[in-house]
Ligand binder design. Structure first.
Ligand SMILES: Cc1cc2nc3c(=O)[nH]c(=O)nc-3n(C[C@H](O)[C@H](O)[C@H](O)COP(=O)(O)OP(=O)(O)OC[C@H]3O[C@@H](n4cnc5c(N)ncnc54)[C@H](O)[C@@H]3O)c2cc1C
Length: 248
């Protein structure tokens, strides 16, 4: 049984792009239909493989942005300038096009909707993607688990899922969303743009005494900074789960 489940996750499946929408000028949400897709947990990711006509292939990881829903696999991809795969997925990949997908991958950076401990989510840039799957799963399950999301972005125009997050923060009791801007903040924002620091995490997060489950995701540098801050604030390192997307 266990062997069948593992080999299922290791199988490449052919999915097709069935929906797409821009999140920002440089990021796009892709909904894939992947026949036979096994269920996934919020926080897990997939491997995506593209193969050119000459047989050259490239493979990258992308977090799943939404909870399990049949054969639907939703991703949000940030175009990295000069990148081999992400600019293709954001600007070229067209409805109906095939792509190979393998997964779900990862069993540590996951939130289960029956969990009741308070949750702190800290995302930088595209690091919001697996955290959004958790926020959406909480909603879908009707969970009352208290969630706090601290979302660091360069500018207001770089926020993914902006309308949905506004709606959820307004309508879903127990979900608080705080933004931290690093390059340009909205008019009348109380603090100048700056990199996330101790004060941001301390104010937007939970006291360490509450023993929240912490999930931190973004670039390597962002994740290391936030994880260090959480530990310095007294959080148990074993309660701080991290996912690193790439350089810096
Ligand atoms: C577990 C996991 C989950 C991920 N989930 C997502 C996701 O949900 N959405 C998403 O957009 N990306 C995600 N990524 C990052 C993704 O896998 C790729 O690394 C990214 O799309 C760049 O690939 P590329 O082929 O375009 O660039 P490459 O051709 O691999 O790299 C081009 C240049 O960009 C630099 N670079 C590579 N990755 C990044 C990065 N993440 N940020 C900045 N510079 C980079 C490289 O050092 C290189 O200089 C995830 C990574 C991991 C490990």
């Amino acid at each position: 049984m266990a062997r069948a489940a593992v080999s299922g996750r290791l199988t490449w499946r052919v999915g097709r792009l069935v929906e797409a929408q821009r999140e920002t000028a440089t990021a796009r949400t892709l909904v894939l239909d992947v026949p036979g897709w096994p269920r996934h947990l919020p926080g897990q990711h997939v491997d995506v493989r593209l193969t050119a006509e000459d047989g050259y292939s490239a493979q990258r990881s992308y977090s799943i942005a939404a909870p399990a829903d049949g054969d639907r696999v939703e991703l949000t991809v940030q175009s990295v300038p000069g990148g081999e795969v992400s600019p293709y997925l954001v600007d070229v990949f067209t409805i109906g096009d095939p792509v190979e997908v393998r997964g779900p991958v990862g069993g540590w950076f996951v939130w289960r909707p029956d969990a009741t401990d308070p949750v702190l989510l800290v995302g930088g840039g595209s690091g919001i993607v697996p955290l959004m799957a958790m926020v959406r799963a909480r909603r879908a399950a009707g969970s009352r688990t208290p969630f706090r999301l601290l979302y660091s972005v360069r500018t207001p125009a770089d926020v993914y899922y902006a309308d949905e997050l506004r709606r959820l923060a307004r309508d879903d009791g127990g979900l608080d969303v705080t933004y931290a801007y690093t390059r340009a903040a909205p008019d009348s924002w109380p603090v100048p743009p700056r990199r996330i620091g101790v004060a941001d995490v301390n104010t937007a997060g939970w006291p360490a005494d509450f023993a929240p489950a912490c999930f931190v995701c973004g670039s390597t540098g962002f994740v290391e900074t936030v994880a260090d801050i959480l530990v310095a604030l007294g959080h148990d390192p074993r309660r701080v789960r991290t996912e690193r997307f790439g350089p810096n």
